[in-house]
Design a protein around this ligand. Structure first.
Ligand SMILES: *[C@@H]1O[C@H](CO)[C@@H](O)[C@H](O)[C@H]1NC(C)=O
Ligand SMILES: *[C@@H]1O[C@H](CO)[C@@H](O)[C@H](O)[C@H]1NC(C)=O
Ligand SMILES: *[C@@H]1O[C@H](CO)[C@@H](O)[C@H](O)[C@H]1NC(C)=O
Ligand SMILES: *[C@@H]1O[C@H](CO)[C@@H](O)[C@H](O)[C@H]1NC(C)=O
Ligand SMILES: *[C@@H]1O[C@H](CO)[C@@H](O)[C@H](O)[C@H]1NC(C)=O
Ligand SMILES: *[C@@H]1O[C@H](CO)[C@@H](O)[C@H](O)[C@H]1NC(C)=O
Ligand SMILES: *[C@@H]1O[C@H](CO)[C@@H](O)[C@H](O)[C@H]1NC(C)=O
Ligand SMILES: *[C@@H]1O[C@H](CO)[C@@H](O)[C@H](O)[C@H]1NC(C)=O
Ligand SMILES: *[C@@H]1O[C@H](CO)[C@@H](O)[C@H](O)[C@H]1NC(C)=O
Ligand SMILES: *[C@@H]1O[C@H](CO)[C@@H](O)[C@H](O)[C@H]1NC(C)=O
Ligand SMILES: *[C@@H]1O[C@H](CO)[C@@H](O)[C@H](O)[C@H]1NC(C)=O
Ligand SMILES: *[C@@H]1O[C@H](CO)[C@@H](O)[C@H](O)[C@H]1NC(C)=O
Length: 556
């Protein structure tokens, strides 16, 4: 019942997702200090970590990477707010599939495994009301150096999810409880959980670097040492467990979303204390989901309205989407705090851009959204995640609870950007938002507050260690209570030799200027195989790829 509600309401690809159940006790704040160094016991001879290049789609809606299945390569949008991995199948007849690289069913990949005679169906609904459905199968999935055999995934044949830039599907990186595919088929754990529970990684975590210039990295089993240069500056936060929770270690599904507690926000130094939608939540803290699948920042109306009231000249311009506009020459900062340091966004971080018809006004984040029945009030998407390096530590059975590490990339004490800096930033980007602002006062949106779905008399303790469902207990804990051993976190470095790959659509011509081992890729088409489709020549699209060098650090 809960699950059904989640699946309908929570999953999100290109937009906001999910929600959480706030525990009744405040999340334990973790010490940033190294309390005790322990021997990690990790095995230096196993280098199970990988770094994948990440790029921003031209519509700036999704960060994507490239995965391979059965000799076919695909761009997939990253999403930490959902947990299903699916690809467009060659059987898809929806218009969204028409020009996309697809998983070729007719190729009969030798690593393909049918599930229930191709009759186990999945149907994922995202928070923006889009859906994707099809059937479930298994394949060997290759993420650069990481190979995951028999991974369950969805072959989509009907959808209205917007897919641009030859992106063929969604790679959900959330917890299994949120997965439609896991709830449909036995032993069909989502991809990251699958790697962690099988012990395929050096450490059960992944890291995200999302640059404003549209590049970045996804590291699996390690963090990107080229970005994190001072580990002691990483803040660690307990991931919030979600009810129903009954207080025993046997509860395998206590984790649902990559959500942490938001404690305070400031506009140019003036505090705006979050007001959680549901009283069941911790008092004065709100739940924030870190969602790479969301292109914006969203909060509850009662908070977002108070934030915008601090901006002179700002006004609500879209009641339906809870969108505000502000004079483009304002220079306030917006600061988020989760219990330790400040994370401050400058105007060039939170402004969307000047409005085409009225360049005095800029659209800006945060936008207000209607209350979610699971208690997640804030969704911190790309504009926030670009300002930090984010680490998603999955937790280890019986040893360690899931954590989120945030490593600031901005100096929170920097003064606000001047209007001229902001203006030259947007002229260089030469992009305006193609919208017209209403020339009347937009009325306050009216939202209905659905019933809170996790009512339970049993509280869920933060930092909850569960006995199954997380990373295999063969991992040695390094991020646990009382023994934060930062030097034992494995790292991976992008190679200094950046390889530029020219990638074409299925049926197109591919060319490569690469000098390194990795040659060119034709998306959605196995080498030497032709679907018989006419070879439509399409413009080249470039992807920055890095071959990588693993540096495993384990001592102390
Ligand atoms: C490390 O892994 C190698 C290869 O799997 C194995 O032979 C060796 O015994 C392991 N060493 C330790 C200390 O676990
Ligand atoms: C990939 O292609 C090679 C060469 O054609 C073939 O031997 C191999 O079986 C293919 N792999 C899969 C998974 O189909
Ligand atoms: C399942 O689909 C695959 C790919 O189209 C096909 O090769 C296989 O024969 C199908 N299996 C069944 C039992 O229909
Ligand atoms: C998938 O679910 C949505 C929303 O629940 C529904 O509208 C749609 O008909 C379903 N699609 C399929 C193919 O079952
Ligand atoms: C997508 O399809 C579903 C189910 O048919 C529908 O409820 C939803 O409104 C559609 N969303 C969009 C954005 O088209
Ligand atoms: C993007 O920004 C990063 C860090 O600021 C830089 O190292 C990289 O070269 C830039 N890439 C491009 C294509 O501009
Ligand atoms: C859960 O397991 C841990 C470690 O085994 C133990 O210390 C703790 O007391 C257990 N808690 C409960 C509620 O059983
Ligand atoms: C507590 O968890 C156990 C193990 O998952 C389950 O069997 C039991 O029904 C749960 N009790 C309550 C009251 O939810
Ligand atoms: C965060 O910023 C606010 C407002 O500028 C300030 O009062 C507070 O001391 C800062 N907190 C930290 C930890 O720097
Ligand atoms: C941040 O900026 C302040 C003032 O400009 C400066 O004193 C401080 O050293 C900077 N901190 C970092 C980590 O760069
Ligand atoms: C915001 O603070 C900066 C100093 O950091 C100041 O220069 C600016 O005038 C302030 N903006 C407003 C609108 O108060
Ligand atoms: C990935 O594999 C390549 C080629 O086998 C190797 O050179 C590289 O070091 C590996 N990278 C990692 C992060 O293991």
């Amino acid at each position: 019942m809960f699950l059904v509600l989640f699946l309908v309401a929570l999953l999100a690809v290109l937009h906001a997702c999910s929600a959480a159940v706030p525990p009744s006790t405040p999340a334990r704040l973790r010490s940033r200090q190294i309390l005790e160094d322990i021997a990690s016991g990790m095995n230096t001879t196993t280098n199970h970590a990988t770094l994948l290049g990440v790029d921003l789609s031209t519509d700036k809606q999704s960060y994507y990477t490239v995965v391979s299945l059965g000799n076919m390569s695909f761009r997939v949008a990253l999403d930490t707010g959902s947990s299903d991995f699916w690809l467009v199948s060659s059987a898809c007849s929806s218009s969204v599939c028409s020009s996309l690289p697809r998983y070729q069913l007719g190729y009969s990949s030798s690593t393909f495994q049918a599930v229930n005679g191709n009759n186990s169906l999945f149907n994922v609904s995202y928070a923006d009301s889009t859906v994707a459905s099809g059937f479930i199968a298994r394949e060997t999935v290759v993420l650069q150096n990481l190979t995951i055999p028999q991974q369950a995934f969805g072959l989509m044949n009907l959808s209205n999810v917007t897919l641009n830039n030859d992106i063929s599907g969604v790679l959900g990186l959330g917890f299994p409880r949120l997965s439609t595919i896991s709830s449909t088929v036995a032993n069909a754990t989502p991809i990251f959980a699958s790697a962690a529970s099988r012990g395929l990684l050096n450490y059960p975590l992944f890291g995200l670097s999302l640059r404003k210039n549209g590049t970045g990295s996804l590291t699996l089993g390690a963090i990107d040492a080229s970005v994190v240069t001072n580990r002691s500056a990483i803040e660690w936060h307990d991931v919030v467990p979600f009810a129903p929770f009954n207080g025993t270690n046997d509860t395998t599904a206590s984790y649902l979303q990559w959500a942490i507690e938001l404690r305070q926000t400031w506009v140019n130094g003036t505090s705006v204390t979050p007001d959680p939608t549901y009283s069941q939540s911790d008092s004065n803290t709100s739940l924030a989901l870190l969602d790479v699948g969301s292109s914006g920042i969203y909060g509850p109306y009662q908070d977002v309205e108070r934030i915008w009231s601090q901006f002179s000249g700002s006004r609500l311009v879209d009641q339906t989407n809870g969108q505000w506009a502000m004079p483009c020459d304002s220079s306030e900062t917006i600061t988020f705090n989760f219990g330790y340091g400040n994370f401050t966004l400058q105007p060039t971080d939170y402004l969307v851009g000047p409005v085409a018809g009225d360049s005095y006004y800029c659209l800006a984040w945060p936008a207000a959204t209607s209350p979610r029945s699971d208690g997640i009030d804030w969704q911190l998407g790309q504009p926030f995640l670009q300002s930090v390096y984010s680490i998603f530590s999955y937790g280890i059975d019986t040893k360690e609870a899931p954590l989120i590490g945030l490593y600031p990339l901005h100096n929170a004490t920097d003064v606000a950007q001047t209007a001229s800096v902001v203006s030259s930033y947007f002229s260089a980007a030469s992009a305006t938002v193609n919208t017209a602002l209403p020339n009347y006062l937009v009325p306050t949106p009216s939202y209905t507050t659905p019933d809170y779905i996790f009512n339970t008399s049993v509280t869920a303790p933060a930092g909850l260690i569960v006995s199954s469902g997380l990373g295999a207990s063969t991992y040695s804990p390094v991020l646990g209570t009382g023994y934060l051993n930062l030097s034992a976190i494995p790292t991976v470095m992008p190679s200094p030799t950046i390889v530029t790959l020219l990638i074409t659509e299925s049926g197109g011509v591919s060319t490569s200027v690469s000098t390194a081992s990795q040659a060119s890729i034709t998306l959605g088409e196995p080498p030497g195989w032709s679907s018989g489709a006419s070879a439509l020549h399409v413009p080249f699209m470039t992807v920055m790829f890095s071959s990588c060098l693993l540096l495993l650090r384990l001592f102390l």
